[in-house]
Write a protein that binds this ligand. Structure first.
Ligand SMILES: [Zn+2]
Length: 317
């Protein structure tokens, strides 16, 4: 169906108040759409022309179907594979629910709400979340250019969901034992250029170091770009080592901007991310990178449909 025709159809529907019976009929019709077949077709299409995932050979034979997907046999190594082999989605089941689940991801549903909506077990909902989201979040800008803002935000370390705590539980929920940023805090480093391209890094616990900036930002800052940050010594060391043009605001002295020099875009990202995190009631440190990637996907609005998310996630590692 052409987009225009669908838009017209939707507009016509929106203009007509539906009776309960009509709405029920429509829902029944929608529920009858074969999402499993659509999902498989999208996966096959995304993988079209890919060489063997094991040896890279492009000479293949078709050899039947398995679980609804075309099987190929590689003429180079003799192994067989399908469109999902070598992707993070290989061996995940219940594909008929994937697209509906990805809508739950776009709607930021918590594990339990998504499970109830789709009709899968909570452990499935949890497993899918931590499989689909990092897979889709791999689609990101390879480099940031021109003016790049960078800053960290800190979240209290969390062992939520962990069976074995490595420290006594906090008595008052989310209060650190000591003041300031220390080993009790997870560091999320975010870099964003002025065209909105964003990269996020969970660097570990405690204040970010020049070595971590080197490992995270070194490969993603385009030649000739200028870095804006606060005055932390780690940024000065990192930029000096790489010969990157650097300007900073003296945030600790209350300076927020000096003309064009500021990190308000990246700080805005931090604030939106933390605001969005609230409804998850705390996230485990080991999944912090997944949540940051999830938020980046939502905030960018580039992968804004279940179909786009599915195709992004079904790429090989
Ligand atoms: Zn092969």
């Amino acid at each position: 169906m052409a987009d225009l025709a669908f838009d017209q159809l939707l507009a016509a529907l929106a203009g007509k108040p539906l009776s309960f019976d009509e709405a029920a009929q429509l829902q029944q019709w929608l529920a009858g759409i074969d999402q499993g077949a659509q999902c498989l077709a999208l996966i096959e299409e995304a993988a079209r022309g890919r060489p063997c995932p094991r040896c890279g050979c492009a000479r293949v034979h078709r050899c039947g179907q398995a679980s609804g997907l075309q099987r190929f046999r590689c003429l180079g190594c003799g192994r067989s594979y399908n469109a999902l082999t070598g992707t993070p989605l290989a061996r995940l089941r219940k594909r008929e629910h994937w697209l509906a689940y990805l809508q739950c991801v776009l709607d930021s549903l918590v594990v339990r709400a998504a499970a109830e909506k789709i009709g899968v077990h909570r452990t499935t909902s949890f497993r899918w979340r931590h499989r689909f989201i990092p897979a889709a979040a791999r689609q990101r800008a390879p480099v940031l250019g021109d003016i790049v803002e960078a800053d960290e935000t800190y979240l209290l370390e969390s062992q939520k969901g962990s069976r074995t705590m490595t420290r006594p539980p906090r008595r008052h929920g989310g209060l650190a034992h000591r003041r300031g940023i220390n080993g009790e805090h997870d560091c999320l480093l975010v870099a964003r250029d002025r065209s909105g391209r964003t990269r996020d890094f969970h660097t570990g616990r405690g204040p970010v170091t020049a070595a971590q900036l080197d490992a995270c930002l070194g490969p993603v800052i385009a030649p000739g770009a200028v870095l804006f940050s606060d005055g932390a010594m780690a940024y000065r060391r990192f930029t000096a080592q790489h010969g990157i043009a650097h300007a900073w605001v003296n945030a600790s002295a209350g300076e927020h901007a000096r003309g064009d020099i500021h990190i308000q875009n990246v700080n805005g990202w931090h604030a939106r991310f933390k605001g969005w995190l609230v409804h998850f009631r705390g996230v485990a440190s080991k999944y912090l990178a997944n949540y940051a990637g999830w938020w980046r996907v939502l905030d960018e609005r580039r992968l804004s449909t279940p179909t786009a998310l599915l195709v992004a996630a079904a790429q090989r590692r």
